[in-house]
Design a protein around this ligand. Structure first.
Ligand code: KIV
Length: 262
């Protein structure tokens, strides 16, 4: 999957499937499953580091995980998620930090925000850095929203999101993530844009979908939003396996003869 392929997906109405990855094991698993776009999301602050939001994730942490995922992925597109304050303070910061993601092996970066971020996207695009936008419930603004709340429910909010989406596209964004907004609004945005929209809690009309891998596999059971569908229940399986292992060691059943060297 390349940036021009993304545009072809939009034209040919082929869904863009995106899943987050933070390590080599999952990067390989996703690739084996035919997932063509991996997002090294700053959601790692919550699902890997156990924090309540993404705000404390650093550039160094993101680059560490991006290098690992990009090193393991062979054919997929790797998108590096720019952490809080790595692109907001200045155009220079934004450019230098975006470049570090590409140097770490990412093929594109993602940043949150609407029209206010257009200038950053334009600058990155001008030097050959493909950018995914991210609109709606943008987790780095959680305190401004007063929690993880659906955005664009009022007529005014919806109008702003439509114009933000257009501003990101005009600035050169290659795709835009739409998070936690009414399905009808995501449909309007998807119809108006010529770049693909990737939904997460934004209904079925987007050009693609993204989920956090641990949510999708039923591994993470805290703070699971309505829009998550667990396609497996690995947390329950893992717990059962761990308890059995503990029991068998305690009872002297493990290791048995077949797991021992002679
Ligand atoms: O950080 C992340 O994983 C994300 C996706 C959920 C869109 O931004």
């Amino acid at each position: 999957m390349t940036v021009p392929d993304l545009q072809r997906c939009k034209r040919d109405r082929k869904k863009v499937i995106v899943v987050t990855a933070y390590d080599a094991l999952f990067a390989r698993l996703l690739e084996q499953a035919g997932i063509e776009v991996m997002l090294v999301g700053d959601s790692l602050g919550v699902v890997v580091q156990g924090k309540s939001n993404t705000l404390s994730v650093t550039m160094e942490e993101m680059l560490y995980h991006t290098k690992i995922v990009a090193g393991a992925a062979r054919e997929s597109m790797v998108v590096g998620d720019m952490p809080f304050m790595s692109y907001q303070a200045s155009r220079e910061d934004a450019l230098r930090n975006a470049a570090r993601f590409l140097q770490a092996g990412a093929h594109a970066v993602k940043l949150e925000g609407g029209a206010a971020m257009a200038e950053r996207i334009e600058a990155m695009t001008a030097v050959g850095i493909p950018v995914f936008g991210h609109l709606g419930m943008t987790p780095q603004s959680v305190h401004q929203y007063g929690g993880y709340k659906v955005q664009g429910k009022s007529a005014e909010g919806a109008k702003r999101l439509v114009s933000d989406a257009t501003a990101l596209q005009d600035a050169g964004a290659v795709a835009v993530v739409l998070e936690a907004m009414p399905a009808s609004l995501a449909k309007t945005i998807t119809e108006q844009l010529t770049i693909p929209t990737i939904g997460i809690g934004a209904g079925p009309h987007c050009d693609g979908q993204v989920l956090v891998v641990y949510d999708l596999l039923g591994l993470f059971d805290e703070l699971v939003p309505k829009f998550v569908k667990p396609y497996a229940h690995l947390r329950a399986d893992a717990l059962q396996a761990l308890r059995r292992y503990k029991e068998e060691v305690e009872q002297g059943k493990f290791p048995s003869d077949s797991e021992s060297y002679h």
